[in-house]
Design a protein. Sequence first.
Length: 741
Amino acid sequence: MPVIILPNGDKKAFEWPLTAAEVAASIGSGLAKAALGAKIDFGEGPELRDLSTLIDRDASIAIVTAPRHGQAASADALFLMRHSAAHVMAEAIQDVVGKDVLLAYGPPTETGFFYDMFVPEGKKISSDHFDAINKRIAEIIKEDRPFARFELKARPAMNKLDAEGNKYKKDNALRALQLQVRSSPSRDTFITLSDGTRIPMPEDGVLSFYATGTPGTDWEDLCRGPHVPSTGRIGAARVMSLAASYWHGDENSDRLTRVYGTAFPTQQELDAYLNQLEEAKKRDHRVIGKNLRLFHIDEDVGQGLILWTPNGSVIRKELQVFIAAELKKQGYTEVFTPHIGRLELYKTSGHFPYYKDSQFAPIIERQALEELCKTGCSCADMLNRVEAVSERLASGINERTRAQTITPDRVRPDDELVEGFMLKPMNCPHHAKIFASAPHSYRDMPVRLAEFGTVYRWEQSGELNGMTRVRGFTQDDAHLFCTEDQIPSEIQGCLSLVKIIFGTLGMKDYRVRVGLRDPDSNKYTGSAESWDKAEAACLAAAESLGVPFSREPGEAAFYGPKVDFVVKDVIGREWQLGTVQVDYNMANRFDLSYIGPDNRAHRPVVVHRAPFGSMERFCGVLIEHFAGAFPTWLSPEQVRVLPISDKSRGYAEKVERALMDADVRVRVDGSNERIQAKVKVAADEKVPYMLIVGPRDAESAAVSVRVRGIEKDLGSMPLGRFVDGVRGEITERRAELSVRP
RNA sequence: GCCGCUGUAGCUCAGUGGUAGAGCACUCCCUUGGUAAGGGAGAGGUCAUGGGUUCAAGUCCCAUCAGCGGCUCCA
């Protein structure tokens, strides 16, 4: 006689064991009709289950329902529908492409679902199949076949899967059973599969299957569920795109075809989603960047290398000026360093071995190369001699870091080492050398060295993406050389900078990750007390930002904890922008010191910080954030003067002059077009202010103002007042276009 | 790097084996106008690159390069 607790706290006792569907029916016929599944808590935490789940003991139950007309679906409802839609799509694909397509893994995702499938040699799923698949999906939904769950004991279940010859499902089943082995104290037995493998499994283990219709006749799939009661409850579903994946995400494992799909409660919502995707595409920084001529990537220059065109350069420069001004207020000093450094430098810093795979090849001096060639040095040998380190460096590294060891085979006598340069992958070694170039007293600390430093990394070609993932980028970098006591206030300073700048730009949608050390690992450098203090400082600073933040144990670098800022792009992909990292290692490697009040040398702690990551990525994200409609202070062109006709050209140029004198970026549209066309072009180019000038305006030294985003003439105002207004808006870096007649 | 798709004028794209196309942008001419495209003419192409098949290749095949979507990676 189960007692059931409902979400509103009501308790209901029932005479017999019953299903979740019956519970729903007992509450009301409307609820029963709308029910898709149930969130049931048998005392082990709430779990999303089928409506057919038998309630045979006390439980808390919340019925998951399809959304009412016009309301948004709950996450649980979408999960059920999309998980179910994955089955329907898989059936449709097998109908269209062939039964020999093997199903592997098909979970719901944030925006839909996918199903990984093995497609046999000689066959493929292509976008040409999409129409047929979508048609079949719609048919199956219309047939409204029940999702029928049936369970089999481990042995017959494994035999069934074995007979079907789908190793992926077999593997899934084994994993499910292994979990049961672990959680069940019952004695294990073994089963031998057709390929000879013997696997342990609990004798009373159970696997569940779902038939879309009648078990044994209709399409079925090994699946833990849960599902909606029948295909008709899915609403609207469709296949979206194709991608590649690997079995278990392992590059060395089988290659699978990942078919993405999505489902919504109604066709209208699905259409709205598709529409939203189209809109998002228009916000894509790669599209806007091209339309507004903000940046260019040229095949001949190289992939992943950004050419900042004049318009984009204005935006970057304005941001840099803004950031630099804030840094000055915080006591930073600016430095400049070259784009390359000796290999030796990176061997000392420890970057060289680590970055070996993600850097551009070293630059070896011509003379050194020629001499190597003369000695008959092979390519492989040369690489060895480039990558090798000296005895001195190897022992130095081992002594100080515990984390990184240079194996003996990489140690060579000094005269065998090949020297060269590396495009810098990071700015810190250069900055460390600047710090080391002069003596420092505790009275001068912290020393804050800032540079918009350009670095180069060899990213995998498939990973490059517009401005957000590139091979050469400029970090808004700085290194804070401070005493241990100064760490909290320095971190706080970094985060308040982020707050000021994100605030000015109106960016609210970001999150913060605090990378902490893994308590079970001893790879970390620095004392436990230092770590505790630094981690506490990171957490306190992150909390003070007032945006979502997460603790991520094990995500710290071996040399110190960190705070990362993450934003989403229009397609929903997350990008790490900036980072603030405490470093207990670098000062040791470079043997940095300052003189303390005790007149003895002390190690500084270094804080690396690039709160906006790189100018490239940050601008890419900003383009999407503003959809190209930048606030006036950032706009490449702030004001455009549109003469009604050539007769007003002279006055237009006077207006232009007045604005230029006030340091406003302004241009006259001197084209031989009617005013309508000029307005359209300026609007397309997202110029904040249009000044329409004709004889009427010239007569009264006025301008007719049109503001971006407002589709009408706002009337005229004296030129002087407009200049003052727009000047003030720019100086204050206002987010809104605020000048009005 | 791996899998799939794509590459035609500055941009967006049509062209599936038989003379390289459209719209926009550009240049010139007409139009001199009051708030989201006035009219006309012109110029602009090694159809990504290199091979191959064919009487004939933008079109079919192979390779390379680049872009896109994923996967993997990401101090």
